[in-house]
Design a protein around this ligand. Structure first.
Ligand SMILES: NC(=O)C1=CN([C@@H]2O[C@H](COP(=O)(O)OP(=O)(O)OC[C@H]3O[C@@H](n4cnc5c(N)ncnc54)[C@H](O)[C@@H]3O)[C@@H](O)[C@H]2O)C=CC1
Ligand SMILES: C[N+](C)(C)CCCC(=O)O
Length: 532
């Protein structure tokens, strides 16, 4: 199957509209998901336009600057990325602004109804979207299905919050009073990374739209394919044309978005250096910013832990999405007394991870995002060895016996022992399947070492001692601490960083604060007191 095929009218619309709601509902499904019965790794070519504004896909104009996008599992060209220039970015933002003027006037319950419909459609088409995500990103289908589930859950969650958004009433002397209105910000920009392409688009758009904003989203140029599917689903669910738009491109397009005067807020996921630039650019226009940046998170395993769960937790902390996860617990501190059994079990289980064709159900680890990224990860492993670390397993290019995967960017998951805090592999974010194991003796010592980093995205602790668990959680300088688990992130709980891992939060109730503003209305019931 080499072409996109439009879908038949398989999913009837269920959204009921109230009399207040005047937008035209889409009558035909717009989702151009391919027929997936025969799709296998190495067989899809995406030819459709990948931008979306004004309620439709828009073909990029600047074809002379187009770049190939690769299918990571095969190294084959999947599609062309045509970056949006100034005029196109401007069109997308203006389209968002006109939709914002209508959408922001709806009651929360009306927005909720449409968002719930979007969540329902995603749930229904989860498997197809997941396949597309796998083909573009390289992660295993098992994980991609979870990612898409998290995406619709996020939209469902914020749909639930939309009708509850409200201000406060404050009594003042003499019968006067004030009230606050929780209002949207306007046009918000989302800039995404390549590791969770669809999920990041949902994490940013769901709270934005629930609060009454519009969004222009720019996916990573390496994973341009699924954000536009989300745009089509929102449209099909009934949002006004222009409410959620997608512009493709890299740094230049991203910078046009950050500088645009009609943009009120930028929510960014990616690396620290780019995050700083986004903040600088946004500062020029006094735009609000949420930064979800990288990490080098500690996972602390005490000798009184339930060992098997701690080992499972360490694998979850390191090997999801080929290790390309910002909150991964890549510094695994193990209390010296249990080092031997821990290492034995971790290595045994790591060796058993099935690497290969990411679309096969039995595969647990797919391919890294790109060849240069794979080489960068291999460079970290080489340097670790030079600095004295021991490779206990993996850390080499994985060559599949399947000929179609020969050009893929596979790496066997790697466990490094004999690590020290001053090694590069322990200090820097590798963003690959590489776990560094570090021994420790006391709680005090490990806390000091765990916090000795400029990052602060996440952390974890395994122990059966309840007091210790909460004491360690209190003292770790990170936006999240997992106790006796790792990398679970239900949409109901806030996610975000301390220190150089960023600020602002995604998910949870608190994110409403980052996509809305309070207006105070002061009402005088008496005479004006005049000083003049
Ligand atoms: N926190 C996280 O989840 C992620 C962290 N990273 C880290 O970043 C490293 C590099 O990955 P990249 O994809 O190159 O990350 P990046 O930070 O360069 O890119 C992230 C997003 O920002 C956009 N962008 C780049 N330059 C920009 C600019 N000047 N203005 C506005 N937008 C801009 C990119 O096109 C992309 O959409 C990874 O190796 C990893 O360490 C990468 C992906 C996700
Ligand atoms: C889904 N989760 C928690 C494993 C990772 C999400 C953060 C990221 O974008 O890397």
């Amino acid at each position: 199957m080499k072409q996109w095929i439009g879908k038949s009218n398989e999913f009837p619309l269920r959204t009921q509209v109230t009399s207040h709601f005047k937008f035209k509902m889409a009558q035909t499904p717009l989702l151009s998901l391919p027929e997936f019965r025969n799709v296998s790794t190495g067989s899809l070519v995406v030819k459709e336009a990948l931008n979306f504004w004004g309620g439709a896909r828009v073909q990029g104009k600047d074809t002379k600057n187009s770049e190939p996008v690769y299918e990571p599992a095969t190294g084959r060209v999947l599609c062309d990325l045509i970056p949006c220039g100034e005029e196109e970015v401007d069109q997308a933002i203006k389209s968002a602004h006109s939709a914002y003027l209508k959408w922001s006037k709806l009651a929360g319950i009306e927005r909720a109804r449409i968002l719930l419909e979007a969540a329902r459609i995603i749930r229904e088409r989860r498997d197809q979207i997941a396949i597309l995500e796998v083909i573009n990103n390289g992660k295993s289908i098992t994980e991609a299905k979870v990612d898409i589930d998290v995406a619709w859950q996020c939209i469902e969650y914020y749909a639930g919050i939309a009708p509850t958004l409200a201000g406060q009433h404050i009594q003042l002397p003499g019968g006067s009073f004030a009230y606050t209105r929780r209002e949207p910000l306007g046009v918000c920009v989302g800039i995404g990374a390549w590791n969770y392409p669809f999920q990041i688009a949902a994490w940013k758009s769901a709270p934005a739209l629930a609060c009454g904003n519009a969004m222009v989203f720019k996916p990573s140029p390496m994973t341009p394919v699924t954000a536009v599917i989300l745009a089509e689903i929102y449209k099909e669910a009934g949002v006004p044309d222009g409410l959620f738009n997608v512009v493709q491109g890299a740094a230049e397009t991203g910078s046009l978005l950050c500088h645009h005067p009609m943009v009120a807020k930028v929510s960014f996921t990616g690396s620290v250096p780019t995050g700083k630039k986004v903040m600088e650019m946004s500062a020029k226009g006094v735009k609000q910013v949420t930064l979800e940046l990288g990490g080098k998170s500690p996972l602390i395993i005490f000798k009184d832990c339930e060992l098997e769960n701690a080992v499972r937790g360490a694998l979850m902390a390191n090997f999801l999405t080929q290790g390309e996860v910002c909150c991964n617990g890549t510094r695994v501190f193990v209390q010296r007394d249990i080092m031997k059994p821990f290492v034995e079990d971790v290595v045994k289980r790591t060796k058993a991870i099935a690497v290969g064709d990411p679309l096969l159900d039995g595969t647990r680890m797919g391919s890294l995002i790109s060849k240069p990224h794979m080489e960068k990860v291999l460079g970290f492993i080489k340097q670790a060895k030079e600095q004295g670390a021991t490779v206990l397993c993996g850390g080499e290019p994985f060559v599949s016996s399947d000929p179609k995967l020969k050009g893929g960017y596979f790496l066997s998951p790697c466990v490094l022992d004999n690590c020290r805090d001053d090694m590069t592999c322990v200090k820097e974010e590798i963003f690959g399947p590489v776990m560094s194991i570090l021994p420790f003796d006391t709680e005090e010592e490990v806390l000091q070492r765990a916090n000795n980093t400029t990052f602060g995205l996440a952390s974890g602790v395994f122990t059966r001692d309840i007091s210790r668990a909460h004491r360690v959680a209190e003292n770790l300088q990170a936006g999240t601490c997992f106790i006796n688990n790792y990398n679970v992130s239900p949409v109901e709980v806030p996610f975000g960083g301390y220190k150089m891992s960023g600020f602002g939060r995604e998910n949870g109730m608190v994110t409403i604060e980052y996509y809305s503003q309070l207006k105070t209305v002061v009402v005088e019931m008496g005479d004006v007191e005049n000083y003049f």
